[in-house]
Design a protein around this ligand. Structure first.
Ligand code: UFG
Length: 333
């Protein structure tokens, strides 16, 4: 009989695929469940890919039992904040209802460990710029609310059962696999580093700065950018924590310091060796001036240490990926 598998939902997506790569390398048996709405089958470098929906309870039940799953990593979600404002029920269905159904299947199948992809968006517009996990949660968009509701379901289910969890609240995830095999492929990207790298390789005419009148040193917003590989490593350590008997916990994922929009764009110009066509425009609604993670807890609880806390490295891997993507798409016509 096979060893129990780990179920990874959304493993064909940006962050999920990086975690699948690291888990596969570490020799774990994986089953990836992804409906390919935004993921890509060739991003799944290890394990068995099952194309299907997290909300399909019959399918999920069958997978959990057949593969004797003890641990679930749940990435599958919609993640575009402005879209969540336009179409909130899409987010509550896919992010919240589907998580509820997944949790129901996990409870029935005796799954012991659950790692959940949450977001700094649960904090809304925080009082402090340096945020710890006990800061009040007050999401300002349906995306953040849909994730926070999932956190609550997980917390409450864990209190009523044997399930233990780690909730990881991601700050600004960026960069790509340093080996160049996988990266972010979102067709209509909105995230700053991805957008700037697309501009740097000529796939967009330029990049806009949304607001230059914030109360920050250079007037643009500050964010805590974390390399996707460091984030992926945090998932493996979170799993080891749970498998070693560790308690349920919520952990911020960020480096604990940030960069302004202007600093990010300057880094993209340095790394690419070319000036960007930059246009300064007004503020984007809902952007807090500065968001940086207090990351002491993840360092203490998991012993997590970033390997790529270096903006230029983040940008270089993102840019290399963007170039590879442009070549691939040119070759495909
Ligand atoms: N920005 C620009 N121009 C762009 C894109 C972004 O100036 O073309 C600015 C934004 O206004 C913001 C900063 O760059 O100040 C970062 O914006 P992103 O869109 O890259 O990321 P966000 O900080 O808005 O969002 C991230 C995650 C979300 C999560 C949120 C939590 O991507 O999933 O943090 O605060 F909800």
């Amino acid at each position: 009989m096979h060893e129990p598998a780990i179920l990874v939902t959304g493993g064909a997506g940006y962050i999920g695929s990086h975690v699948v790569k690291q888990l596969g390398r570490s020799g774990r048996r994986l089953v990836v469940l992804d409906n390919l709405s935004t993921g890509f089958p060739d991003a799944v470098l290890h394990g068995e890919l099952v194309v299907g929906d997290t909300g399909d309870m019959d399918l999920v039940r069958e997978l959990l039992v057949r593969h004797r799953v003890r641990a679930v990593l749940h990435f599958a979600a919609h993640i575009v904040v402005p879209e969540s404002v336009r179409d909130p029920l899409k987010y509550y269905r896919n992010n919240t209802c589907n998580t509820r159904n997944l949790l129901a299947c996990c409870a029935a199948a005796g799954v012991e460990h659950f790692i959940f992809s949450s977001t700094a968006a649960v904090y809304g517009i925080p009082q402090e710029t340096f945020i710890d996990e006990d800061a009040p949660t007050a999401p300002i968009n349906p995306y953040g609310a849909s994730k926070l509701m999932s956190e609550w379901m997980l917390r409450d289910l864990a209190a009523a059962s044997q399930l233990r969890y780690v909730i990881l609240r991601y700050f600004n995830v960026a960069g790509a696999d340093p080996e160049g095999e996988i990266g972010q492929r979102t067709p209509e990207a909105t995230h700053l580093i991805k957008v700037a790298c697309e501009a740097a390789v000529g796939r967009r005419p330029g990049v806009e700065i949304f607001g230059t009148d914030y109360p920050t040193p250079d007037g643009t917003c500050i964010r805590d950018y974390i390399h996707v590989d460091d984030l992926a490593a945090a998932h493996l350590q979170a799993l080891a924590h749970l498998e070693g008997g560790g308690a349920s916990t919520i952990l911020n994922c960020g480096y604990g310091h940030g960069y302004s929009v202007r600093e990010v764009l300057a880094a993209v110009e340095r790394v690419s060796g070319r000036p960007l066509n930059i246009r300064e425009t007004g503020r984007r609604p809902g952007d807090p001036p500065a968001l940086t993670a207090d990351s002491r807890r993840i360092r203490e609880v998991l012993g997590w240490r970033p390997r790529h806390d270096d903006l230029e490295f983040i940008v270089r891997t993102a840019l290399d990926w963007e170039r590879a993507l442009a070549r691939k798409q040119a070759a495909e016509g």
